[in-house]
Design a binder for this molecule. Structure first.
Ligand SMILES: NC(=O)c1ccc[n+]([C@@H]2O[C@H](COP(=O)([O-])OP(=O)(O)OC[C@H]3O[C@@H](n4cnc5c(N)ncnc54)[C@H](O)[C@@H]3O)[C@@H](O)[C@H]2O)c1
Length: 249
């Protein structure tokens, strides 16, 4: 594999789960020193150990993105242990298991979804931006969702959080661009569904964590130096147009 990220320090939030481990593995495989973070140090450690076993330099840190004090202390620990953060991947996310018409969703639940998915991105970006701007280098990649573009009936709060992430990212891209910092979104759709299941993509399959991680690694690399404020769909074409409409069944 091409090593486009040698000498860079990357921090990934929410690095266990479906997509996170693939991001950690890919950034490490491309030569970055990676801080794999998660709410629980144990789950972050499992991801770090697995990535390190295949040759990457990965360290685990506890980081709950809803806890402002812990965001600050975890970034400080990463900076002290690995060096300044060059690449930030805001991957932590939370979605309700069951769909519900929004009028039935309790305030505690929808506000938690906004707090993790949007508040977490805002907190981590805010923590890292000053240093990136001072060093005139930074790549921020935020996980949006096709829900944040198209909407998703039954998950209005989740869709709102991801739409917020996309709008926030575009704005920070405008603010930080002149200081050498790029900010982009990657918006997955239908990742990690049972293998073989298609569910409306145009490529005849659902996506994998590796499909998402490859685009993130590209955006973190010098090849994407002139790209900022973009939102890359990684969804097998799901939002391109209707699948299974009568004219294409
Ligand atoms: N899987 C998909 O099809 C899909 C589609 C669109 C968008 N996404 C987005 O991609 C990202 C990763 O998705 P996934 O499928 O791997 O999700 P997942 O639920 O499998 O994993 C989410 C990760 O976030 C972590 N997390 C949750 N709350 C946290 C908190 N308060 N602080 C820190 N970490 C926290 C979890 O521990 C876990 O490691 C998310 O932002 C998600 O919204 C995924």
């Amino acid at each position: 594999m091409e090593k486009r990220l040698i000498g860079k320090v990357a921090l990934v939030t929410g690095s266990s789960g479906v997509i996170g481990p693939a991001i950690v593995r890919r950034l490490a495989a491309e030569g970055a020193v990676v801080a794999a973070t998660d709410r629980s140090l144990e789950t972050a450690r499992a991801v770090a150990d697995e990535a390190a076993a295949s040759g990457g330099e990965v360290r685990a840190f506890a980081l709950d993105v809803t806890d402002a004090a812990q965001v600050d202390s975890a970034f400080a620990a990463v900076e002290a242990g690995l060096g300044p953060v060059d690449i930030l991947v805001n991957n932590a996310g939370f979605v309700r298991k069951s769909s519900d018409p929004f009028q039935l969703v309790e305030e505690e639940l929808w506000s938690r979804i906004l707090d993790v998915n949007l508040g977490g991105v805002i907190r981590c970006c805010r923590r890292v931006l000053g240093g990136m701007i001072a060093r005139r280098y930074g790549k921020i990649i935020n996980l949006g969702s096709i829900a944040g573009v198209s909407g998703l009936p039954g998950w209005a709060d989740y869709a709102a959080s991801k739409g917020g992430v996309i709008a926030f990212s575009k704005t920070i891209a405008m603010e930080a661009g002149a200081h050498g910092v790029t900010v982009n979104c990657v918006s997955p759709g239908m990742i990690g569904v049972e293998s073989g299941e298609n569910r409306g993509t145009w490529l005849g399959r659902s996506g994998t964590g590796e499909d998402v991680a490859g685009v993130i690694a590209f955006l973190a690399s010098p090849e994407a130096d002139y790209i900022t404020g973009c939102n890359y769909m990684v969804d097998g074409g799901r939002v391109v147009g209707p699948k299974n409409a009568s004219w294409n069944e």
